[in-house]
Write a protein that binds this ligand. Structure first.
Ligand SMILES: [Zn+2]
Length: 153
């Protein structure tokens, strides 16, 4: 970064001030945009900490706008890349979860079908057993009646 801090005395403040997230001074103050009037950097815009105007002996933020913009774009690109990676990870997680849920549902379905079949078999067996008892009962009654009739004859 070339030094043109002496040029800010002749610079004018833009309204409203353009502030970048990556262009904040260590002291917490927002930066103000000025335009350089030096021979080396004519009309080149720069950010300057607003406190620096009142305290010229302290080291406060100075940054060329074009350089700050490049940094900002690089930062945004890095963030974008991270977001893309997060989305990719999220997609993989969702697919894995869906596969797991499918597997669990399949197992659950299999278990339910098995239980239903068992219940049905048990009910059929119970019914068959009770109807067999009824048949035995009827046969016994008819047999008894026949014995009674036979005894009277
Ligand atoms: Zn500052």
């Amino acid at each position: 970064m070339s030094d043109s801090s002496s040029s800010y005395h002749s610079a004018h403040r833009l309204s409203p001030p353009e502030v970048l997230t990556s262009c904040r001074c260590w002291c917490g103050q927002e930066t103000i945009t000025f335009t350089s009037k030096t021979k080396e950097n004519p009309y080149r815009r720069f950010y300057r900490c607003s406190i620096a105007l009142k305290r010229p002996n302290e080291e406060h933020l100075f940054k060329w706008v074009d350089e700050a913009l490049v940094e900002e774009i690089q930062m945004v690109n890095r963030k974008l890349k991270r977001i893309e990676e997060d989305v990719s990870d999220l997609r993989i997680n969702v697919i894995q979860n869906l596969d797991l849920q499918k597997e669990m549902l399949k197992k659950l379905e299999g278990n339910m079908v098995k239980k239903l079949e068992e219940n049905m078999v048990k009910k059929i067996e119970d019914k068959m057993a009770s109807s067999a008892l009824k048949t035995i009962g009827i046969v016994a009654v008819i047999g008894g009646a026949l014995v009674l009739l036979w005894g009277r004859i």
